[in-house]
Design a protein around this ligand. Structure first.
Ligand code: DAH
Length: 345
């Protein structure tokens, strides 16, 4: 038995020395495991005659210790080899370009809003914001929209199920950013030049050209002696800066309760340049919003004396602008979250 253990020791240590990597567990199970020959010998010691037991026991224990030490040493040297310079250049090609983490970007609507703000900043306008959940008062009453007006109809407006306020009425999701202009009139003193960009909400079915949430920006200028010519000049300048020098603008009479006179604003079609095509319905013009001279009653409600000050106002749909510029034919693309679409901007 002594010679068997001797032989086992030589064989095991030779095998261990030959191991390159990955086979360490197998070796440990084979030579140090519960079912290994060495463990068997150690367990069987008590059955041996005393003399032999002493000798075999000493050798077996010494062998076991030698195995454990050799195993630990080998494990460490394999580990070191794995991280040595030579091994590293084999495993990793350090000349390979690194992986770039993807860059975020601004949503096309946000980009458009920023561009609008900077164009109007060039004309002396600052930016105001108001709440998306608005009072009836600022969305309607302050804007000269009487109780029985059709835009208060429950089919248009999303009302918030809350207590009615004595002064401000019921809360609702604002149907236009003109509500912010109403707030600006109450909170700021003239001269005023402000644009108010933001999301608006309507109880409306969604299709290629309609969405129940979309973006608008309203403009408001209040000062002594402001005329319709200032309004036209401002909007004309905006259209040219946003769409290009060759753009034409058209104003036609329209009705909005908060302006008098009121106009609808159109720009010459981006695609046919006025000749008539599918995008503009053969008319050569694309409507982008409404405008007018602020109604005296609206100024009065906002605490501004209409005999002293005059004012113009306008409201423009934001979604249409990138849609026209990039030829996007479905508004749902803008408000979906499909990154394959959004990454293009
Ligand atoms: N609030 C109107 C809408 O959503 C747009 C509008 C028209 C805004 C005329 C104005 C304005 O400020 O003067 O349809």
């Amino acid at each position: 038995m002594l010679s068997e253990v001797e032989a086992l020791k030589v064989k095991a240590l030779q095998e261990l020395a030959a191991i390159r990597s990955g086979e360490m567990d197998g070796w440990r199970v084979r030579y140090l495991g519960k079912k290994s020959r060495l463990t068997e010998v150690l367990r069987g010691l008590s059955a041996l005659p005393i003399e032999e037991r002493r000798k075999v026991g000493a050798l077996a224990n010494e062998t076991r210790q030698a195995f454990e030490e050799a195993f630990a040493q080998k494990s460490q040297s394999l580990e070191e080899a794995r991280f040595s310079a030579g091994a590293l250049t084999e495993a990793i090609d350090i000349t390979m370009p690194g992986r770039l983490s993807p860059l975020g970007r601004l949503h096309p609507i946000t980009q458009t809003l920023n561009e609008i703000a900077s164009i109007f900043a060039g004309m002396g306008f600052t930016v105001a914001e108001g709440p998306d959940v608005e009072w009836d008062y600022y969305n309607f009453t302050a804007l000269n929209i009487p109780e029985e007006h059709s835009s208060r109809d429950l089919t248009d407006t999303l009302w918030v199920d809350w207590e009615k306020d004595k002064r401000f009425g019921l809360p609702l999701l604002r149907t236009h950013t003109t509500s912010v202009s109403a707030r600006v009139l109450t909170y700021m003193k003239p001269p005023i030049r402000v644009i108010s960009p933001g999301a608006v909400y309507r109880h409306e079915a969604t299709d290629a050209t309609h969405s129940d949430m979309f973006f608008q920006f309203d403009g408001l200028a209040v000062d002594k002696g402001i005329t319709m010519a200032d309004l036209k000049g401002t909007l004309y300048e905006f259209a040219r800066r946003f769409f290009g020098e060759d753009r034409q603008v058209r104003f036609r009479c329209d009705f909005f309760p908060f302006v008098e006179p009121g106009v609808e604003m159109a720009i010459s079609c981006a695609v046919c340049k006025g000749g008539g095509c599918r995008l503009c319905g053969q008319s050569g013009w694309l409507e982008i919003g409404g405008a007018g001279m602020t109604h005296p009653e609206v100024l009065r409600k906002g605490g501004v004396d209409p005999d002293e000050y005059t004012s113009f106002a306008f409201g423009i749909g934001v979604d249409r602008l990138p849609m026209l510029r990039y030829g996007i034919d479905d508004i749902r693309l803008l408000y979906g979250s499909d990154l394959r679409f959004l990454r293009q901007f």
